[in-house]
Write a protein that binds this ligand. Structure first.
Ligand SMILES: [Zn+2]
Length: 181
């Protein structure tokens, strides 16, 4: 559920079936998130929020409601761009280098640029739309090479290198960016 709060904007309340405690955190868009015990009502959640207001102000970098919304808008735009680009770029590079995958997924993960699962699904992070094209291609090639090697063995890197000879440089440069939007 979402609580509208005058000071903190939208507060995302998650019911956690395994926890008896109350936990506050910040989402990538700077929203306050509360994890509460399973049977917490909205009334109670609001009370928890009020009781912890000072602590939250002091400890958590909650963004003001306007910048939460602009972050959302940015993310939405990025997701749209990614949808119009990444699946086609993946298809193009797969054809060019002779790979076949089953599915493509777009992800919003904060820590990973991409992944490749054993059911031949390739996930690509929408944050890739914010990095230079060569680095984006490197990530796609990296995930495609995982279709043949589900590890980071020497053979895996050799295959990546055969399609992207400057992969070491691209890998290093990618570390200057963060996948979180
Ligand atoms: Zn990998």
């Amino acid at each position: 559920m979402i609580i509208q709060d005058k000071e903190f904007g939208d507060v995302v309340v998650r019911k956690n079936p395994w926890s008896n405690g109350l936990k506050f955190s910040i989402s990538t868009s700077g929203r306050l998130q509360m994890s509460v015990p399973k049977f917490t009502t909205t009334f109670l959640a609001k009370r928890f929020l009020n009781q912890n207001r000072d602590l939250i102000r002091e400890k958590l970098p909650v963004k003001d409601p306007a910048s939460q919304r602009s972050r959302d808008a940015k993310k939405k735009l990025l997701a749209k761009k990614a949808k119009e680009y990444l699946p086609y770029r993946l298809e193009y590079l797969a054809k060019r280098f002779g790979y076949s995958y089953d599915h493509v997924r777009l992800s919003h993960a904060n820590t990973r640029w991409g992944s490749c699962s054993s059911n031949r699904t390739i996930s690509l992070n929408i944050g890739l739309m914010q990095v230079p094209e060569v680095l984006r291609d490197y990530v796609i090639i990296h995930e495609l090479a995982h279709l043949n090697h589900m590890d980071h063995s020497a053979e895996f890197w050799e295959e990546v290198g055969s399609h992207d000879p400057r992969y070491k440089e691209h890998r290093r440069k990618l570390k200057m960016f963060s996948p979180g939007v």
